[in-house]
Design a protein around this ligand. Structure first.
Ligand code: FE2
Ligand code: FE2
Length: 314
């Protein structure tokens, strides 16, 4: 059974909405208020130490230990926390600073949850040096955020595949539901933060801002594509999201991409419909699906659900 998303109160219009009926101008104080408040008000308070980790059967434990993600996940979450917190501290606007600092706190919490999980289940993680704050916190936030847009899109599909096929016991999957949904909030915040700053520039300067943003997106796309192609050929665990879907059950490439699209839409649908959504990766994937030859789909006509029913617990 799919767990309900918990932010449905931010579907619009909501009772007492001061912006109801008026168009949202990107870069306006109302836009800032809306995307920051939506983010802050959907934060869930909990302590990682309170998480009730379930006891696992031997087979589930081996599956968990065998996932090639732990080094990368531990390091990335810790680095992301430091980068985001750096911008939160530097930001002069109190509301933006509060929202960014909260995101930094959530990233730090992700890092702590993964550390607690590896300790609880005896998973060894390679040591890494303490992450250092970036020299340019704004650029680091932008690049990291666009990287999250790419990772999250595929992670949403992977997570749903794992949930449907019961690759892990539901008690464990449910714990990670919260983290996955927090990443949906993070990417929504990022694209609105970028759109807000763009909207505050004079029209003549916006192309320069777009160029700067495109450089961040492009470098992240190239970096992720290279990691995906080299995944499994060395010691790196990066690129897991784009290459590991086969481990969670039988599904075609088309089925996987369609699942990523629908999950991306579902996870973001619970937030205010006036806020711009991440568009690039979903658009590229829709284009790829249109270009994908039908004969390249061996189980043509089978739904992702049908495909996934073949995977799962044995
Ligand atoms: Fe995270
Ligand atoms: Fe995040």
């Amino acid at each position: 059974m799919r767990m309900p998303l918990r932010s449905s109160q931010f579907r619009t219009p909501f009772p007492g909405d001061p912006l109801a009926g008026s168009p949202l101008v990107l870069g306006s104080p109302a836009h800032k208020e809306l995307f920051c408040r939506s983010f802050i008000d959907t934060h869930r308070k909990f302590e990682p130490e309170e998480i009730p980790w379930p006891a696992l059967e031997w087979e589930d434990l081996q599956r968990l230990k065998g996932l090639p993600v732990w080094n990368e996940a531990t390091r990335t979450e810790a680095e992301t926390a430091v980068k985001v917190q750096a911008l939160g501290e530097r930001e002069k606007d109190p509301l933006l600073s509060e929202a960014i600092a909260l995101q930094g706190y959530e990233e730090g919490r992700h890092a702590k949850i993964i550390r607690l999980l590896t300790e609880r289940y005896g998973i060894s993680v390679a040591p890494f040096p303490d992450p250092r704050p970036p020299r340019d916190a704004t650029w680091a936030f932008l690049k990291t955020g666009y990287g999250e847009c790419i990772d999250s899109f595929f992670a949403f599909g992977l997570f749903e595949m794992g949930r449907r096929s019961e690759y892990f016991p539901p008690a464990l999957t449910d714990i990670f539901e919260q983290i996955v949904q927090e990443e949906a909030r993070h990417i929504l915040f990022l694209v609105n933060w970028a759109a807000y700053h763009r909207g505050r520039f004079a029209l003549a300067l916006r192309p320069f801002y777009d160029l700067w943003r495109s450089w961040a997106v492009g470098s992240e796309l190239v970096g992720h594509a290279l990691h995906a192609f080299t995944f499994g050929k060395g010691s790196s665990q990066e690129g897991f999201e784009m290459t590991t879907h086969k481990d969670f059950g039988e599904i075609t490439a088309r089925g996987f991409l369609e699942l990523c699209l629908s999950e991306n839409e579902r996870r973001l649908s619970v937030y205010d419909s006036r806020l711009p959504r991440p568009r690039l990766i979903p658009s590229l994937v829709r284009m790829a699906l249109r270009l994908m030859p039908k004969e390249a789909v061996p189980n043509s006509g089978a739904s992702p659900d049908a495909d996934l029913a073949k995977g799962g617990r044995s």
